[in-house]
Design a protein around this ligand. Structure first.
Ligand code: 8YV
Length: 338
């Protein structure tokens, strides 16, 4: 629903999906705001139509922002996302069109790391499987190996992707649970940072073979598409668990479902899926997987902080300020579309 005009000449912005009313109110202090009240993402053509006459847009991680959309929306000058992952935004195309793009790093790091750790623990200790069994009325007696899983404390934690969130998970593992932390990242951390985290770099093959619990936190790019597929899963221990809180597409879900069915690894915990919200039917059919609907950053304070940061970026970009987390700050000033 579009808000009524509050004064001629103010830029118009679109909030592409429902966010907190307080965040919309912050934007209304600066802009004419068309704030959608729906949770479904707009399809590309509907988004382009709705953006006509808009100078900015606040998006989540779901709306596709590419050259076609930017070409169809000549008035658009700023695209501000409340997600840290920005694989939905073609930043190079934004730069070429003089459109400021921003994401929302930092504010969700600890919340997302909490969730990654929780998912790893739920997976290792078979919490979902046990709860389903209990709810189904199957609890007649205690058994010595009933739902016996793997230990987390003292185990080897493998982290694939050592950015902010990977490092926050490493701290939890090393200092909270006495885990040996090994990681793989394209860029190795400085020795001092490795020492501070108690983490050791390994080549990917060695990481896969060493991890008792593998947590995947790499950004999704063409290079990380199916980074973990059949061959990589085959390198893992049959007792290992795999957690994906990165993006659908980093793991080959079909290969993972088959490995889980054949017990080639013990279990998986997945918050993200290829083609979500669809989930590979093979994953729905196996008991040894914990499935959550892309909620790693979903604590109320963090979701609010993410939306606020996107609003900060939008306000700064369109009022001559400095957006705090711009992805292409070089377009500011003379490079930005008028
Ligand atoms: C978001 C995320 O909830 O920030 C990210 O990259 O994956 C999640 O925290 C989601 O992308 C919002 O659309």
């Amino acid at each position: 629903m579009a808000s009524e005009g509050r004064g001629a000449g103010r830029p118009r912005v679109l909030v592409a999906r429902r966010v907190f009313p307080e965040v919309v109110a912050r934007l209304q202090a600066h802009f004419e705001v068309d704030a959608r009240d729906a949770d479904d993402p707009l399809a590309p053509t509907a988004l382009a139509e709705r953006l006509q006459g808009c100078a900015g847009v606040l998006v989540a991680g779901t709306e596709r922002i590419d050259a076609a959309l930017l070409g169809a929306c000549p008035g658009l000058r700023a695209v501000c996302s409340m997600a840290v992952g920005f694989n939905n935004i073609d930043v190079a195309a934004c730069t070429a069109h003089g459109v400021l793009a921003s994401n929302a790093p930092g504010v969700l790091t600890e919340t997302t790391a909490d969730f990654g750790f929780a998912l790893m623990m739920a997976t290792a200790r078979r919490i979902s499987e046990a709860e389903h069994w209990l709810r189904a009325g199957q609890w007649q007696h205690w058994s010595v190996d009933g739902f016996a899983g793997a230990d987390v404390h003292g185990a080897t934690l493998g982290i694939l992707g050592m950015g902010r969130i990977g490092q926050a998970i490493a701290r939890r593992g090393a200092f909270g649970f006495g885990m040996r932390v090994v990681y793989h990242n394209r860029r190795r951390l400085e020795a001092a940072d490795e020492a501070a985290l108690g983490a050791r770099w390994l080549p990917l093959d060695e990481l896969l073979a060493a991890a008792d619990h593998l947590v995947i936190v790499v950004p999704y790019t063409p290079d990380t598409h199916h980074l973990v597929g059949e061959a990589e899963i085959a390198r893992m221990k049959p007792t290992a668990t795999l957690v994906n809180i990165a993006r659908g597409g980093v793991v080959d879900d079909a290969a993972l479902a088959q490995a889980l069915r054949e017990r080639r690894i013990a279990a998986a915990g997945l918050d993200v899926f290829e083609g979500e919200p669809a989930v590979h039917p093979g994953l729905l059919a196996v008991p040894n997987v914990v499935l959550t609907p892309h909620i790693a950053s979903a604590s109320l304070p963090t979701r609010r902080a993410m939306a606020d940061l996107a609003a900060d970026n939008l306000i700064a970009a369109l009022t001559g300020g400095t957006p705090p987390t711009a992805l292409n700050p070089e377009v500011l000033g003379a490079g930005m579309r008028c």
